[in-house]
Design a protein around this ligand. Sequence first.
Ligand code: ZN
Ligand code: ZN
Length: 372
Amino acid sequence: MTHHTHDLTDRLARAQKAAAEAGMDALVISPGADLRYLTGYEALPLERLTCLVLPAGGDPVVVVPALEKPAAEASPLGGLGLDIAAWDETDDPYALVASRLPGVVRAVGLDNHMWAEKVLNFRRVLPNAEQVLAGAVLGELRMRKTADEVASLRAAGAAIDAVHRRVPEWLRPGRTEREVGKDIADAILAAGHATVDFVIVGSGPNGASPHHELSDRVIEAGDQVVVDIGGTMPDGYCSDSTRNFSLGAPPAQYAEYFAVLLAAQQAQCAAIRPGITAEELDAVGRDLITEAGYGAEFIHRTGHGIGLETHEEPYIVSGSARPLEPGMAFSVEPGIYLAGRHGARIEDIAVCTAEGGERLNLTPRELVVVDV
Ligand code: ZN
Ligand code: ZN
């Protein structure tokens, strides 16, 4: 997807309206996914202040260091016709922001990932404004994807699927996780991603640690391996998918719980539809895993939203009564982990549609047995 000017203009207008409804007088958005979502500008996260200042009522202004103005103008932001205010090295950019805000600012929404030093500088220049999280309004907008955004996620899914199909070529006894991970990272870029976000190769007992990344452990015949990989496409949208591999036939207990996991993940994907709540979708898989005796080994939530960030709203977790809506995109990734032995996780990105759900990762989810 390229950034269409009318989409960005519409997002700015909707963000202003949502901020006003939430009682925020302005949003102040520093570099990151929120800024890219609203303006198309993929700004560098620098110590010098760059931010979008979006009054709830009034014209937006983008404050940038003079050094960054050409980059800002060359980005999709440059086509929006917004005022771009450049500050020089000896200016106080925070005072500049304060001067561009409406007269009385009671509450200002700062993006959730703003650096603390910037938050505190805004406290200094706006001492009477309550600081609140802009994510309360922007998360609500970003989690409802347009058809163009879903198409971007579908393309990201196809790109990471192409990498998963090649993993058996690289998984050989005697190679380390790090060596395999290097091949995977190269392939993530070759498949069209702009960046590699993470590469998890959890072999043998490392597969029982969900956020294990890479180590110098030598992969052996008889190992089961969890491969969870993702990257960001040139348009900013992210991929994330997990598949499981076995070098030779797996042990009986692994095969037993893998079948449970596969059935649980399938049931969850089949249960996606508008109106089901996040916690209900979590329970669809968790109940099956618990009935099979592995409830205590499913040690994390079912999934997370995905878009311009790998982890964003909506989270598919017990305790969230949020009903799913068409356009919401998220992972479905139950796992079973036997500490010190082995583990498995099956992960697809799925999107809620008007009729049900669509999976955006399409490689086989069965255990891939690699001949050794
Ligand atoms: Zn994930
Ligand atoms: Zn993942």
